[in-house]
Design a protein around this ligand. Sequence first.
Ligand SMILES: Nc1nc2c(ncn2[C@@H]2O[C@H](COP(=O)(O)OP(=O)(O)OP(=O)(O)O)[C@@H](O)[C@H]2O)c(=O)[nH]1
Ligand SMILES: [Mg+2]
Length: 409
Amino acid sequence: MASVNPLSRELVFKIVYYGPGLGGKTTTLEHIHATAKPEHRGKLVSLATPVDRTLYFDFLPVRLPPVRGMNIRLQLFTVPGQVYFNATRKLVLTGADGIVFVSDSQIVRADANLESLENLRENLNDQGRDLAQIPLIFQHNKRDLPDLLPVEELDSMLNLFGAPSLPTCATSGEGIYESLEKISEQVLAAFQDRLPESTEGSAPANFSAVEGGLVNALRGATHRAEAPTDVVVAHIKAPNGYPSFPPEPSPSAPPPPVLPPLTTLPGIEIDAEGAPPPPPAPEDALVNRERASESGVSFAELWPEGERDTVRDVEEAIARGRYWRAIELCESLVSRVLAGAAGLFGTHEAPRDPAIVPMFLGLDGRRYLAFRSIVRDARGDGLITAREALAAYAFAIDARLARSSIHHG
Ligand SMILES: Nc1nc2c(ncn2[C@@H]2O[C@H](COP(=O)(O)OP(=O)(O)OP(=O)(O)O)[C@@H](O)[C@H]2O)c(=O)[nH]1
Ligand SMILES: [Mg+2]
């Protein structure tokens, strides 16, 4: 949901691009990222398969020009359109302030559009929300291709509430900024409607005050000689039994295995972060062996050299029953992982929603919140059990593994 910081006069809105697989959601964000003025957009983060199908989501932060003294930031997300990734779609949809439904205008994709819209409606219902009450626009995409449904027909099939709809071509960028402007207006208007009467008039209602219009203010270039470099891509290998990621499953093909939830990611491919760590000096190796033999197996190798001692301290604390100490150390390990990741995504632009930040790393927001609650318990007077210390350590290990899988693309 929209967050407001009255001190900095800043509004943050979450906008989710939803729609059938291969409809053009990721391409839309890529276009905005590649052509918006650098001061108006942050890094593009994509969690995709090696063949560029969205596996978890894409994320792009956008800063709009100030309107009536309010700074407005948008957090643009895409969902994975492939039908079997519904758990992820639900998670990404949580707290959306506005939805851009990216339909595929090709006649052959008519059913896929309808199914995706129905899926959107169901997922919102599960969250106690109603599509009719949420700012929504339609991007009827791929208008450059042959064998298309007319826009009017797409509207009569999909756009049952009379939401704004625009024809677009995400590959050339046609209509993409106009869609962004429309959804921005809708979320602002909805936000203003929710304000108490006393503050009415203090919030911006539309972008007419922006000189030259929002589109011109945002758009820096229509073409770039080189692809932008600030794209963070985590290419996540599909888990076993999910070998090829076909463009769209054929109806006769057996359904692919279910993807692991965001919490586990067993098939994650750990890319080396730069050069491999240097082998330990002989005396370090000796110390490591001694300490490892005290606590059995050690996970220290998963961390960079400078943090391995802390990891060994965690293991020792658990082995000796000093659970509160283990949790305290896990908290510092996790904080460093998240801070490092925030640097990758751009500290100012990273979402502040605590359930979203760990999601960048492919971690489940709920597990992160459970971890925070264990940390709070450990600081209080309550009894801390081995189970809690082990759960905290397991989360720290997951966070570390997920962090290792992200590199600059
Ligand atoms: N001709 C044409 N191709 C497009 C357009 N938009 C996207 N594409 C192509 O369609 C393919 C899929 O686009 P994506 O943006 O990855 O689709 P998506 O909706 O993110 O797909 P999922 O991540 O699987 O949900 C890519 O090859 C794009 O280049 C368009 O407007 N016109
Ligand atoms: Mg995608």
